[in-house]
Write a protein that binds this ligand. Structure first.
Ligand code: NAD
Length: 695
């Protein structure tokens, strides 16, 4: 039974009971409908209260039943709401904790609603690329007025119940901390004899000038929504509440809802929603795997990454000590942490008191032995195996038994690092992205010897740091950087063949990337890639690159930090300017290679960059470096600015269709540097079988 029934003082109480948030799954809906029938048939019952067990009224649809036939099986949420509305005895919703989505739509079908203060009220469907499809867009404007309702539906943001007091949404606000069921039962008894029963559908939508308001809302929301179709559809559905009779509005809402479910944008958003949850689960690592406490942390190396990582720990309330080799470097790192907080204060993200609290959590030392007590240490020293090996040998000597020894390495072999210690089971990769206190992604690199509880602790830590943790196996570049390298190689080859940096950036930004490869390289510093390519040239001489990036560095154009890179960065100008000098350099380089430059269509640019990610992603999947295709998508959505509206590279490939992706790759394989385009066997196999990466 996933809704309970009992009678209390002549009032039937139906308690939605489907932990954790009383999602309105099929069993819950059925039990609620049964409860309404039972109450109607019982002459001893004069009114009905619907509430939720535990800490929530209802969080809405049961996400476990998404994409399952149960979601559409009778009684649907529509049927349940109609049964509530049609009840011959008054129905009172007793709202507390969480009242969202379908839960709020259900409450809006009731004749009366009472709520505790602090209940979170929302229609968050827009966040999954949908609109509230069970009357929410028709009923909420009738109780909150056009403006407030539209804002809630278009943003999906929760509003605390007390802010909505005094509107017809709530007939009474109960005293804070009181028992919502007792309050609702008393309310129900008081209104039991009143007729006719009030219905939200009978209210008018309040607004002095709805036509003007809706015209402005249409324009504003269309602009803000960008490529996402749901927010404008929400506006249209809310407009229907004003412009159409109630039943027609419901029908219109339903049609728009069903249409949205078929859009790529909504599928991508739902994919990302589930991908984020899936990433936290590792096959063979039971959910009840014990985690080690992380009450105190340390970071070795207070450079760009170390300072950001320390900030992230302090943000999560974890005391952290930075370790450096020289006082000047330590001071610089601590100053960076302070600057991070001053920036957050200036932007209104934290208060002055929070700034002080967080800074008080961050200490510094030049003595590695001083961090011996830490539960977890993250090494963020230079990307050099010898330097890291020496740090890990010393950590092994000083750290307390059971401490977790993590490395922030971007590319180095974690197993070799672990082998520098006598406790490889305690070693793991925690690959933060720059700026580490801002970027959502945390690649968790599992070494050959990493203990299960160390992995579980890292996943729990990601959550505590409010990051998306994605588990990766050991290889050069792990998931994200290994793939981006293929993408960057293609960007370079496109220059050799006929494109210019600004065209490449424009094309991929129009596809939806936050930043094209050349703007990104200018931000990160072109010298970093230069150093990596030099190392590669020694280790893997077979891997070809366009020479243009090296020529750029030879001109001293390292990017934003030197005021010049692929673009010119003029003081006081916000947008980078294409550089005539760089364009000439690119054109001359083609001539030196004997290449007749050709016009390259934006479509080809996008396909080559994105399919380079997909092809390498497929290899990463078949090698087991990533546990599932959706983990790769999470890495790209959370760490690399891949357009959310397309769901990540692997989901995008599934959307395009793997046979079409494979055909393009085979075409590229006969072009310039075609050797970079050997199709990944997994991609070829899935394409041949008519399957998808996410199957
Ligand atoms: P950085 O040069 O800015 O900082 C490295 C710091 O380590 C310096 O302050 C240096 O003084 C200190 N250091 C060196 N040896 C030390 C030792 N033995 N003990 C204590 N401190 C020592 O480098 P970074 O960009 O912060 O990169 C650090 C690590 O993070 C590298 O492994 C890098 O690959 C990785 N990483 C960098 C980025 C990025 O975008 N910069 C992103 C992810 C990962």
């Amino acid at each position: 039974m996933s809704a309970d029934y009992h009678v209390q003082d002549r009032v039937a109480v139906i308690t939605l009971n489907n932990p954790p948030v009383n999602g309105l799954g099929l069993a819950t809906r059925s039990a609620a409908v049964d409860g309404l029938r039972r109450a109607a048939a019982d002459d001893g019952v004069v009114a009905i209260v619907i509430t939720g067990a535990g800490k929530a009224f209802s969080g809405g649809a049961d996400i476990r039943e998404f994409n399952s036939p149960k979601a559409l099986a009778e009684p649907t949420l529509h049927t349940l709401i109609r049964a509530v509305e049609a009840s011959p005895k008054p129905v009172v919703a007793a709202i507390h904790g969480v009242c969202m989505g379908g839960g709020l739509e259900l409450a809006l079908g009731a004749h009366y609603r009472v709520a505790l203060p602090g209940a979170q009220i929302a229609l968050p469907e827009v966040k999954l690329g949908l609109l509230p499809g069970a009357g929410g867009t028709q009923r909420l404007p009738r109780v909150l007025g056009l403006e407030t309702a539209l804002d809630m539906i278009v943003t999906g943001k929760p509003v605390p119940s007390e802010k909505l007091a005094g509107t017809p949404l709530f007939d009474a606000l109960l005293p804070a901390g009181s028992d919502p069921v007792a309050g609702a039962v008393a309310f129900a008894e008081a209104v039991a004899a009143r007729r006719p029963l009030p219905q939200v559908r009978d209210l008018a939508v309040a607004h002095p000038d709805p036509a003007a308001f809706l015209a402005a809302a249409r324009a504003r929301v269309a602009q803000e929504a960008g490529p996402f179709p749901a927010p404008p559809a929400c506006v249209e559905a809310v407009a229907a509440a004003v412009e159409m009779p109630f039943e027609d509005g419901l029908k219109f809402e339903r049609e728009r809802f069903l249409h949205l479910t078929t859009t790529t944008a909504s599928k991508a958003l739902r994919h990302a929603f589930f991908a984020e949850r899936a990433a936290a689960k590792v096959p063979g690592l039971p959910a009840d795997t014990p985690v080690r406490p992380v009450a105190a942390a340390a970071v070795v190396g207070a450079g760009t990454m170390g300072a950001g990582i320390a900030t992230a720990f302090a943000d999560a309330g974890i005391p952290v000590t930075l370790v450096e080799t020289a006082q000047a470097a330590l001071d610089k790192g601590l100053a960076t942490v302070r600057r991070n907080y001053e920036g957050a204060l200036a932007r209104g993200r934290i208060t002055a008191a929070q700034l002080e609290q967080r800074l008080a959590l961050v200490g510094g030392t030049l003595d590695l032995a001083a961090i011996a007590h830490a539960d977890l240490v993250v090494e963020a020293v230079f990307e050099d195996m010898e330097v890291k090996a020496s740090v890990f040998r010393r950590l092994d000597a000083v750290m307390k038994p059971g401490a977790i020894l993590a490395s922030n390495t971007s590319t180095l072999d974690l197993d070799r690092i672990a082998a520098c210690t006598a406790r490889p089971q305690d070693v793991i990769g925690l690959h933060f992205f720059s700026p580490a206190n801002v970027m959502k992604l945390l690649e968790i690199v599992r070494g050959a010897a990493t203990a299960p509880d160390v992995l579980a602790t890292a996943l729990a830590l990601a959550k505590k740091l409010r990051k998306t943790g994605v588990v990766a196996g050991v290889c050069d570049g792990f998931i994200g950087n290994r793939m981006i390298e293929q993408y960057l190689r293609q960007a370079g080859f496109l220059l050799d063949e006929g494109a210019l940096p600004a065209q490449v950036d424009r094309a991929i930004e129009a596809f939806g990337f936050a930043m094209g490869p050349f703007r990104m390289a200018d931000l990160a510093g072109n010298d970093i890639g230069w150093a990596i390519r030099k190392r590669r040239a020694a280790q893997q001489p077979g891997m070809a690159y366009s020479r243009t990036a090296d020529l750029l560095c030879e001109l001293g154009r390292f990017g934003q930090k030197t005021g010049a890179g692929w673009y010119d960065y003029r003081a006081g100008e916000r947008t980078p300017q294409p550089s005539a000098l760089v364009d000439e350099m690119v054109v001359r380089h083609s001539a030196d290679l004997g290449i007749a430059r050709r016009a390259i269509a934006d479509e080809e640019i996008v396909e080559r960059l994105v399919y380079a990610l997909v092809n390498e992603g497929a290899r990463i999947l078949e090698e087991g470096i990533a546990l599932r295709a959706s983990d790769i998508d999470m890495v790209y959505l959370a760490g690399y600015g891949f357009p959310l509206v397309r769901g990540g590279p692997m989901f995008h490939a599934d959307t395009v269709g793997l046979p079409a992706v494979l055909a393009a790759i085979e075409r590229f394989a006969s072009g310039y540097h075609g050797e970079a385009w050997r199709p990944a066997p997994l991609l070829a196999l899935l394409a041949a079988q008519g399957k998808r990466f996410d199957a």
